[in-house]
Design a protein. Structure first.
Length: 131
């Protein structure tokens, strides 16, 4: 039983934070799993550094008041000691299958495609139903 509007708002915010926390965690896991799927085959013309596989990030739960959010992204703020490509160029080539990179592309598209189900599950787990 809620005794005031502020108590109702606090309860909704708590459940929303729980849902966003789960989205952040599960979305990060999806990005990590999918990007790890890139690493197939053995390159001949370049040395793997593993930096691409270390790039998934999440901001965790952020916000205050009536705004709560999270962001799941690939961190391209690093450089390669070999070659001339930027991290962003490597990510784009790896994702889209060009540049003679050895691996399976589509890892970010797959992650983006999984996010709606992750959101639905997290909202349901936090007690919000979708009708």
């Amino acid at each position: 039983t809620y005794t005031s509007i502020s108590a109702v708002k606090a309860a909704i915010r708590k459940k929303a934070q729980q849902a966003i926390g789960e989205i952040s965690e599960k979305g990060y896991e999806a990005a990590q799993n999918n990007i790890n799927g890139f690493y197939t085959g053995t390159p001949v013309y370049y040395k793997r550094t593993g930096k691409l596989g270390d790039s998934p990030r999440t901001t965790g739960v952020q916000g205050k008041g009536s705004h709560i959010s999270t962001e799941i992204y690939l961190d391209d703020n690093y450089s390669y000691e070999t070659g001339t490509w930027t991290a962003k160029q490597v990510m784009e080539a790896a994702e889209n299958g060009y540049g003679n990179l050895v691996g399976t592309g589509g890892f970010w598209r797959k992650t983006v495609d999984e996010i709606p189900d992750i959101i639905d599950d997290a909202m349901r787990n936090a007690g919000f139903s979708k009708k």
